[in-house]
Design a protein around this ligand. Structure first.
Ligand SMILES: Nc1ncnc2c1ncn2[C@@H]1O[C@H](COP(=O)(O)OP(=O)(O)OP(=O)(O)O)[C@@H](O)[C@H]1O
Ligand SMILES: [Mg+2]
Length: 379
């Protein structure tokens, strides 16, 4: 699951593992999913006002007062990861490999704690930028649904530049992995609902609960990690951006993100707002419901693009159960699945102004989870 880095001039250049498709597939992908023709909205109603918190502090000023990050030497992290051995590899993304390691606990120096160490690929300008962005943002944020950055390493030695990030280790890996066929045990329905709730909490915090706004920009299942209690946390802040100032609706940026997740207006104009994350959240909800990836070239024609494939099913109540992940094996609450699909539809409005703000989405998802928990014998 790698990111694409689309600077319009070299759109077709940087194609990577999961995003081998030509770019026109993405620009065409986001079709209108009309709320009125989809499943009914859950009973908790949305407010229509878009009411973003005004960013009053500059990120840099805030960074000065951020919590302390540990600074590691390259030698320490080499030891921690058994010399970056293959057996310690947890996964590989666009910016580099992630290794499992162990470092001394700060509270009790005799105790070792598990960490995840991301080693950025050498000489990548984009990699360096992402490293800096991640240290800046993750050094400030503090929320149970965001992965915690423990520290970093930045060394420019004879052997070149080394840029590494050290995170808390999340032992249940990524949601992407658990939805893929490689995972032997399918994610139970209640766990999927919990993931939707945790992710909504994390995004609400970024968009609305800090003194300035953060746009995550790369919300996808491989960037949602799971701890031992299956609580979900957002990871990978390399593409995050500070939101627009009070008087503006968006920031203008190069188009970056992952194929299948970016909102249509952002793909077309480079105008980035929190509404891009809300679109991506809608895509992820449909991944949780169907177990399918947003773009899958291995599917038969007509089924490759998730948002196109679901359309006829979500506009017909009787057909809706046919899109539910077959790996759930009937173990789900149809009502909560329909309600979650309704939330997804509201996030996937083609007009960004019609997408609700994240705190409103969170309220509805919370209600869905509360009601689903009342249903006995449900996985
Ligand atoms: N803190 C962590 N704890 C446990 N596993 C992690 C942690 N961070 C990353 N990983 C694992 O490493 C994998 C690679 O992560 P990485 O963010 O580099 O790539 P990606 O998300 O798959 O792709 P992309 O580069 O597009 O973000 C993840 O899918 C996850 O399985
Ligand atoms: Mg990632």
């Amino acid at each position: 699951m790698n990111c694409f880095y689309l600077r319009k001039k070299f759109m077709s250049g940087n194609r990577r593992r999961r995003s081998k498709q030509k770019i026109e597939t993405t620009t065409n992908t986001p079709d209108i999913i009309n709320c009125s023709s989809g499943a009914p909205l859950p009973s908790t109603s949305f407010s229509t006002a878009d009411n973003f918190s005004p960013p009053t502090n500059s990120l840099l000023r805030e960074a000065d007062t951020s919590r302390k990050l540990r600074i590691f030497t390259f030698a320490q992290l080499k030891t921690a990861t058994d010399n970056f051995s293959l057996s310690s590899v947890l996964g590989e993304g666009g910016s580099g490999c992630v290794y499992k390691g162990q470092v001394e606990s700060l509270d009790e120096p005799t105790r070792m704690v598990d960490v995840a160490v991301k080693r950025l690929k050498k000489n990548g300008f984009q990699g360096h930028r992402e490293w800096t962005t991640e240290v800046n943002f993750l050094g400030i944020v503090d929320h149970p649904n965001l992965v915690r950055l423990i520290g970093y390493c930045a060394e420019d030695g004879e052997r070149g530049t080394q840029r590494l990030l050290v995170y808390e280790f999340l032992c249940n890996g990524s949601v992407f992995h658990h939805l893929s066929p490689q995972s032997s045990i399918p994610l139970p329905w209640m766990t999927r609902l919990k993931i939707a709730l945790c992710a909504a909490r994390g995004l609400t915090y970024l968009h609305e609960e800090m003194e300035f706004q953060i746009i995550f920009r790369d919300f996808k299942t491989s960037n949602i990690l799971l701890d031992q209690n299956w609580n979900a946390k957002l990871s990978d802040f390399g593409l995050a951006r500070e939101g627009p100032t009070e008087e503006k609706s968006h920031v203008s940026t190069a188009v970056m993100g992952t194929l299948g997740y970016a909102a249509p207006e952002y793909m077309q104009t480079g105008h980035l707002s929190t509404k891009n994350d809300i679109w991506s959240y809608g895509v992820v909800l449909y991944e949780l419901i169907t177990g399918r990836m947003p773009l899958d070239r291995l599917r038969p024609k007509g089924e490759e693009k998730l948002l196109d494939w679901i359309k006829p099913y979500i506009s017909n109540r009787n057909k809706f159960p046919m899109i539910l992940d077959p790996r759930l094996d009937g173990q789900f609450s149809l009502k909560s699945a329909q309600q979650l699909a309704a939330v997804a539809n509201s996030c996937l409005q083609r007009d960004p102004k019609r997408r609700h703000k994240m705190s409103d989405v969170l309220k509805v998802v919370q209600t869905i989870v509360n009601n689903a928990e009342d249903i006995p014998n449900q996985t």
